[in-house]
Design a protein. Structure first.
Length: 128
């Protein structure tokens, strides 16, 4: 049997019943200030998510600074990383974090073979 996830002693069902401002009381200071200042943006985003999820569409957003609140749990959101939208599935462990933390902007560098002149031995080769 899996252990029930608790956030600051509250279950997910209890947190989902709370208003966004009431949930902010359980966050650390930086996130709490962000939630209280962006309350209207978060509420508008959640209502947009509910509309799109009814139509079975992926929610795409550039709002990487939004703090994840309990009403977002279970949603699949496309978060823009500067080039494309990375799909992020919101799970309970993400509460209090920002959307941008899960859509990394820098990818892994994959180097190819060195070009002509890149090493001393390749400089001696003919260009033809």
């Amino acid at each position: 049997m899996a252990k029930e996830f608790l956030f600051r002693g509250k279950s997910i069902a209890e947190l989902e019943k709370l208003d966004t401002r009431e949930f902010a009381k359980f966050l650390k200071t930086r996130q709490r200030r962000a939630v209280l200042r962006q309350f209207d943006v978060i509420e508008k985003f959640i209502s947009r998510c509910e509309e799109k999820s009814k139509m079975k569409k992926t929610i795409k957003t550039h709002l990487r600074h939004l703090v994840i609140v309990p009403k977002m749990i279970g949603l699949t959101i496309g978060v823009h990383d500067g080039k494309e939208f990375k799909t992020v599935r919101i799970i309970p462990e993400m509460l209090g974090h920002r959307l941008g933390e899960f859509s990394l902007t820098r990818g892994k560098v994959q180097h190819g073979a060195p070009g002509i002149g890149a090493t001393r031995s390749s400089a001696a080769l003919s260009v033809k």
